[in-house]
Ligand binder design. Structure first.
Ligand SMILES: CC(C)(COP(=O)(O)OP(=O)(O)OC[C@H]1O[C@@H](n2cnc3c(N)ncnc32)[C@H](O)[C@@H]1OP(=O)(O)O)[C@@H](O)C(=O)NCCC(=O)NCCS
Length: 181
């Protein structure tokens, strides 16, 4: 079915739109604050920050921030967080559009790996796989019962086989509370 949703880059003047999508999607203010802090964090740059727009209304947002992998050679890596779609537009494909668009942009700019801590029923449909068994440790400990929620997607074939180790995230995300599901 044709829709009139389009994905575009979020610019500095979109900050209010971005934060209001985050607040609407999550029950607490935590993700809006995290998004705000990541957008200011120099170590997270260059970010990929995208809005899903329906006319003038922002209905979804996704953020990818720069990460590092402690291996030699060290692949180029990003972390996907947060992803948010406003409740009345959830389960209509908006999240999927944002993910695919962002992954295409990262792939085009030569990024090798993308990590996420997220729903194990959702992200595998985009190719994400549990990262711990593949040798990638999260920046902060993840509860054992949620270990499979720490996932990786390979954009450059062969990278997973050739690397591994601890993943580093931007300081704004490097707090234990960000790594609890
Ligand atoms: C999770 C979220 C981003 C997905 O975006 P969306 O636009 O609703 O998802 P899509 O339409 O692309 O995909 C819909 C599918 O995702 C599944 N899905 C949605 N939320 C899910 C969740 N919390 N856990 C598992 N699967 C979920 C739906 O069941 C649906 O499955 P189906 O295609 O088999 O019916 C959105 O629902 C949201 O903002 N939720 C609240 C915030 C949140 O949890 N963010 C993710 C943090 S990891």
């Amino acid at each position: 079915m044709k829709d009139n949703i389009h994905i575009r880059k979020a610019v500095a003047s979109d900050l209010d739109k971005v934060l209001s999508v985050e607040r609407a999607a999550f029950e607490t203010d935590g993700e809006a604050k995290l998004t705000h802090d990541l957008l200011q964090d120099p170590e997270a740059q260059p970010v990929v920050s995208l809005l899903a727009m329906e006319g003038d209304e922002a209905i979804g947002h996704i953020l990818f921030t720069r990460a590092g992998v402690e291996s030699d050679p060290s692949p180029s890596a990003y972390i996907l967080a947060p992803l948010a779609v406003i409740p009345p537009r959830q389960k209509q494909g908006v999240g999927g559009k944002l993910i695919r668009h962002g992954l295409r942009m990262l792939s085009d700019s030569g990024v090798d790996l993308v990590f996420v801590l997220g729903h194990t029923d959702y992200y595998p449909r985009f190719g994400f796989k549990p990262a711990l068994p593949l040798g990638f440790e999260p920046p902060q400990p993840v509860e054992e019962r949620h270990a499979d929620a720490w996932m990786v997607l390979e954009l450059t074939p062969g990278t997973i086989e050739q690397s591994g180790g601890r993943v580093h995230c931007a300081p704004a995300m490097n707090t234990p509370s960000c790594w609890r599901e």
